[in-house]
Design a protein around this ligand. Structure first.
Ligand code: UDP
Ligand code: MG
Length: 166
């Protein structure tokens, strides 16, 4: 199985609702290694860069407002980097479908997400979609020294502190 790293953002809707701990507990089911974590109040520039592939979408402005916390009392984002075998797919499976109404109820988005009456998709978290995006996103949100394991072309080193001790 491929060693991968993936970026997770616990979004402002979840932080405002005090769901951070529950989402972290769900993510731990993937048995991955947490190699980076920080709380960030997201700037417009960072949100635009993160979601630049979606800039032509009709919901882009709401998407930026959401990530910046403008729709949730100025709540920040908790940014995380998880590493391990098939990390990207494992986290996407736990997250569930993009739209909370379509997400399996046992997934994070199915359990904790909602679409507001104003049409904002409050889907709790972001999770990288593939290796290339994961590498781009991790470099955007974290400086190399903020990760406890180095990334090699988007992937963590094979030798981790844990398996050195084993
Ligand atoms: N999004 C939205 N409306 C849509 C599709 C997406 O508001 O019709 C938002 C939602 O917050 C989603 C983000 O845009 O998480 C990025 O969309 P993407 O298709 O990459 O979904 P994801 O990878 O987050 O499942
Ligand atoms: Mg995506």
């Amino acid at each position: 199985m491929a060693e991968q790293a993936t970026l997770v953002l616990i979004k402002p809707d979840a932080v405002q609702k005090r769901l951070t701990g529950l989402v972290l507990a769900r993510l731990e089911d993937a048995q991955l290694q947490l190699i980076g974590a920080k709380v960030i109040r997201v700037s417009r520039a960072l949100a635009e860069e993160h979601y630049k592939a979606l800039r032509e979408k009709p919901f882009f402005q709401e998407l930026l407002q959401h990530l910046c916390g403008d729709l949730h009392g100025g709540a920040p984002v908790l940014a995380l980097v998880y590493a391990g075998p098939e990390a990207i797919l494992k986290v996407r499976k736990l997250a569930g479908a993009t739209n909370p109404d379509h997400a399996d109820p046992t997934t994070i988005r199915g359990a904790f997400g909602r679409n507001t009456l104003e049409g904002v998709m409050e889907n709790v978290l972001h999770a990288s979609s593939d290796d290339r995006e994961a590498a781009r996103e991790i470099a955007l949100w974290f400086r190399p020294e903020e990760l406890i394991e180095p990334l090699r072309s988007g992937r963590p080193a094979v030798s981790t502190a844990q398996n050195k001790e084993a």
